[in-house]
Design a binder for this molecule. Structure first.
Ligand code: PAF
Length: 283
């Protein structure tokens, strides 16, 4: 696998690929890779002739007091894992390569970024949209793959790409889970053994609210109440939000019709975890 750290080198390789008429799929990441990321790479391989990935811990999407400094970094390990999953090029730029000067341009989707995680992480989705727009311009993929665990991020990126006419197909891959249901996340490595056991409460809460929806509960606030009650039953967990929203607009749904996205953010000690579940077929 080719390791590339400059935009110029990516562009040169991209021109070569265009000359060969090959279709390119791209998986942007912040590294600290786990099976969830690798499933994105494998899915990307089904959509294109070549898969490229990036590893860039994007300072623009971390707020003051968040885990930018302690975010796990191990490029050599990431590189081996990506190669094993079938990626042929890894773009791993330094911060100065992506942000040679503080950006004066804002890329934002205020309507989509206002609620859920955005309400608690001001500026986060602007930072995500900005770096993904830059990466799309640098890499120029035909397809880009993102994980469903970050449902709000996927909605923001999908809308940003459509509004700005990026010629890229956005594919959202199912959340990879541990055997006990915990959504895979680079931040799971922060959990103590006790917190790791307690972390299954997110999946349990989503499953029980889903069961209620499938048994006829259509009131959004009632589904949110069920999510919150399950999380409240776990002494180590502190709920940040429990939401039942429209999967496209991310607005709360007073009465569910058709489908609903159930979403949670929960603190376990100093670690913040998110998870969600899309429930469909609710006529
Ligand atoms: O999901 C992530 O890892 C990041 O938010 C992304 C999409 C790579 C942008 O930095």
């Amino acid at each position: 696998m080719l390791l590339v750290t400059t935009i110029a080198a990516v562009r040169a390789r991209r021109e070569e690929l265009a000359r060969l008429g090959r279709r390119l799929a791209f998986v942007p990441t912040m590294g600290a890779l786990h099976e969830g990321h690798l499933s994105l790479v494998r899915l990307a391989g089904e959509h294109a002739d070549e898969v490229w990935a990036s590893v860039f811990v994007n300072p623009a999407q971390f707020g003051a007091g968040e885990d930018l400094d302690r975010y796990p970094r191990d490029l050599e390990r990431d590189r081996e894992l990506l190669a094993g999953a079938g990626a042929v090029l890894l773009f791993a730029p330094g911060v100065k390569e992506i942000y040679p000067q503080p950006p004066a341009t804002v890329v934002d989707t205020p309507g989509l970024a206002a609620g859920l995680c955005g309400a608690h992480r001001p500026g986060h989705f602007g930072g995500v949209a900005l770096v993904v727009a830059k990466l799309f311009n640098i890499v120029q993929p035909h397809v880009a793959v993102f994980g469903a665990k970050d449902a709000q991020q996927a909605a923001v990126i999908r809308r940003m790409a459509a509004d700005l006419n990026f010629p890229v197909e956005i594919v959202v891959a199912p959340t990879a889970r541990e055997a006990d249901g915990l959504a895979m996340s680079s931040r799971n490595t922060y959990l103590s053994a006790e917190e790791r056991r307690a972390a299954t409460v997110l999946h349990r809460a989503l499953q029980s609210a889903r069961a209620a929806a499938l048994s006829g509960e259509r009131r959004g606030p009632a589904l949110e109440g069920l999510l919150a009650a399950t999380v409240g039953g776990e002494p180590l967990a502190r709920l940040q939000y429990a939401a039942a929203v429209d999967p496209t607009t991310l607005r709360p749904v007073p009465a569910v019709k058709g489908r609903v996205l159930l979403a949670l953010a929960v603190h376990l000690g100093g670690t913040r975890l998110i998870d969600n579940l899309l429930v469909e077929g609710l006529e």
